[in-house]
Design a protein around this ligand. Structure first.
Ligand code: GDP
Length: 324
């Protein structure tokens, strides 16, 4: 790609052209070294135009109603004059090559709307790699003028932490049955949630109310990261489109509260710094693993450590020493 093509791509993204947007994200997702280099050029050029959207993370177990909810929310936001992008992080795709999020037609109404941009999870790579690409795709969407970025993930593993680490507010979608919340507490998910939503409240409103108070009392035992925000527990029905406006009001309320206290920007600064260190860690690991002498000596040293002939510390010092 020539410099001219590159600036045409950047201009296209800034003008909000979907083709350019999709192309830029494809470039970001490519594993080819020359593509990666260009992707970084594009991102660097776009960076001053990023940061203006609200970044919302949404997670929940398969069947919790994520796509039904995001579609209802998305259509509602469009009615309010907003443009939204929906990006996904699907940890199953990196483990199995298949996908929990992508194997059915999702958000059909929303995908037909001009004001919405929906991008499935990158299908290759580790969770860290997928998260990195999604984070970069988010920046491109912001430069393209989207007001709301939704990052969706399946609640089956560590992807929740990755999503919470790149969004302004992390929402957990729960089903109205007891026990679910206990799972979330066990996995430490409840702790990172800024907002909890009990979906499918239409099926059994009474059960939903019980679940709500259970979750509320469970939350009372946890300490939220912000002294200025106690995570609310909302009930709604994505299918019947009830509670959508209340959900969005809560997001706006969170945003203004966090902006007033300075925590909104602080969270983003912290995220950017943590992202850089994650990339440094990854880069060092990759360099270590591909080093010729490390490759040569690692198996022997590992066996010696296992057999108790060498201390882990001595082996690590020797191997790291090869990096110079
Ligand atoms: P996802 O796997 O989390 O994306 O869940 P889906 O959005 O695909 O929803 C799973 C099933 O639950 C679908 O059959 C939906 O129609 C249904 N569903 C989603 N939200 C609601 C709701 O608020 N009420 C009821 N009754 N069903 C819902």
């Amino acid at each position: 790609m020539s410099l001219q093509h590159l600036s045409a791509l950047v201009d296209g993204v800034l003008a909000g052209q979907r083709r350019s947007l999709a192309k830029a994200i494809t470039l970001i997702e490519s594993t080819r070294a020359d593509h990666q280099q260009r992707a970084q050029q594009v991102l660097t050029t776009l960076l001053p135009q990023t940061g203006n959207a609200i970044r919302v993370g949404i997670s929940g177990v398969p069947g919790a109603g994520k796509s039904t909810f995001i579609e209802a929310l998305g259509v509602w936001l469009i009615e309010q004059g907003k443009k939204l992008a929906v990006l996904a992080i699907d940890p199953s795709s990196s483990v199995t090559g298949g996908s929990i999020l992508g194997d059915k037609t999702r958000m059909e109404l929303l995908s037909q709307r001009e004001e919405a941009f929906i991008r499935p999870s990158p299908s290759a790579g580790s969770l860290g790699g997928v998260a990195e690409k999604t984070r970069e795709a988010m920046l491109v969407c912001e430069a393209a003028g989207f007001d709301v970025i939704i990052i969706e993930t399946v609640g089956v593993g560590q992807s929740e932490t990755a999503v919470a680490g790149m969004t302004d507010i992390f929402c957990l979608l729960q089903l109205p049955n007891a026990g679910d919340d206990l799972q979330a507490i066990k996995k430490g998910i409840m702790e990172i949630a800024d907002l909890i939503v009990i979906n499918k409240a239409d099926i059994n409103p009474q059960a939903a109310t019980v679940a709500r108070s259970q979750i509320k009392s469970a939350l009372g035992m946890l300490r939220h990261a912000s002294p200025n925000w106690a995570p609310p527990v909302l009930m709604l029905s994505a299918l019947q489109k009830q509670g959508i406006a209340e959900f969005w009001n809560t997001i706006e309320n969170y945003r203004s509260t966090m902006q007033r206290s300075g925590e909104f920007e602080a969270r983003r600064r912290h995220q950017a710094r943590a992202w850089m260190w994650e990339l440094i860690d990854q880069g060092l690991r990759a360099r270590f693993a591909s080093h010729a002498r490390v490759q040569q000596d690692l198996p022997g040293l590992q066996a010696a450590v296992e057999a108790g002939q060498t201390t882990p510390s001595a082996a690590a010092t020797r191997l790291l020493g090869y990096l110079g």
